[in-house]
Ligand binder design. Structure first.
Ligand code: PHE
Length: 341
């Protein structure tokens, strides 16, 4: 073979070989085989010395052409291999976004919170502000200032945990009445939701910890009629348009007159059923006109200002609303129960 034929032959073998390569390593081996220091092209170039000065330029040009062709083929084969490898990698990593997901179980609010928020919404809609008070309360705010002096029989029904003689877990949210009047004076329109504690054994309708929502309105000429109007509005919003309310005379040391307030049973409309135990009515709160002693304890003149207060049992409302017949369910945190609301 002449040198020219050798070069042509080299190119003719190299190009298809390179194009058919499937692995980058094999491609590299071909580069070494044809263009490497000990490669075929180098071997041919070594023989250039035996050529005449006339032959050399043409042969040099041909050799360069062959080198360029082989290099071009190596480069484009390399690019094709890299692109194929990338495509394979992407395909392996692909996510099928149409597959159904693994849904996380979402929690939701506790029924006590749901109803508390509903009640807060109703009263804030009526211009009430939401107040707060401490659960660890002094004897003064929980009893004394509420016209329940030491030795008063009302204390017997509201025994609680005492930290000291004068520091206790509050038995009612009514202490917030006093705290609020001390702070805001004689212009008050608040509700105060919160936990209260009593030394009661746990059963279907009792818990040593439960929730009340206190309400208090103070101003000039505030009367029992206003109390009735507000509670009627509240009952209709809470339990339905046709709900009626009824006041039964009662006694609380810090209101005079006082009443226990029932709503017509929203299950039977007042005819009598299992929910209302045949009564047609369900008791939900205690209320009354703020006692002059309480106003005076807060430096408010009872001859000029008056007010009404009420205290609503949140658990009662929740139990009635959802037809729950055992209060313990509200505190056991069994998700099988709680997930129903
Ligand atoms: N604090 C009373 C109770 O726990 C309820 C109440 C509040 C009554 C406000 C009248 C006025 O029974």
């Amino acid at each position: 073979m002449t040198m020219q034929e050798t070069l042509r032959d080299l190119q003719q073998r190299a190009l298809p070989e390179i194009q058919q390569t499937e692995h980058p390593e094999a491609l590299e081996a071909l580069r070494v085989k044809y263009l490497g220091k000990k490669g075929e092209l180098t071997a041919v170039l070594r023989q250039m010395g035996s050529l005449s000065a006339e032959e050399r330029p043409a042969m040099g040009q041909l050799a360069n052409q062959v080198r360029e062709e082989v290099e071009k083929a190596l480069q484009s084969a390399g690019e094709i291999l890299r692109a194929a490898a990338q495509e394979k990698k992407l395909a392996a990593e692909a996510l099928d976004v149409t597959l159904p997901g693994n849904a996380e179980g979402l929690g939701h609010m506790h029924p006590l919170t749901l109803v508390r928020r509903r009640i807060e919404d109703i009263f804030t809609g009526l211009g009430f502000q939401i107040a707060d008070g401490p659960e660890v309360e002094t004897d003064y705010y929980n009893f004394e200032a509420l016209n329940i002096p030491e030795g008063h029989p009302a204390r017997d029904t509201q025994d609680t945990l005492y930290f000291t003689d004068s520091l206790l877990l509050r038995t009612q949210t009514s202490g917030v009445q006093v705290r609020t009047m001390e702070k805001l004076g004689h212009d008050v329109r608040i509700i105060c939701p919160g936990r209260v504690y009593r030394s009661d054994a746990v059963d279907a309708t009792h818990s040593p910890m439960f929730h009340q929502i206190e309400g208090l309105v103070v101003g000039k000429g505030v009367s029992m009629a206003d109390l009735r109007g507000i509670l009627e509005l509240f009952a209709r919003e809470m339990f339905g348009e046709n709900t009626r309310i009824r006041f039964r005379p009662h006694h609380f040391p810090f209101t005079e007159p006082s009443a226990e307030v029932d709503v017509s049973c929203f299950a039977c409309g007042g005819k009598g059923c299992r929910l209302c135990k045949g009564e047609g009515w369900i008791e939900i709160l205690g209320a009354g006109v703020v006692h002059p002693h309480v106003l005076r304890a807060c430096n408010i003149d009872p001859d000029v200002y008056s007010g009404y207060a009420f205290g609503l049992g949140l658990e009662r409302v929740v139990m009635c609303r959802y037809g729950i017949d055992d209060m313990r369910l509200l505190f056991e945190n069994d998700v099988r129960f709680l997930s129903q609301f």
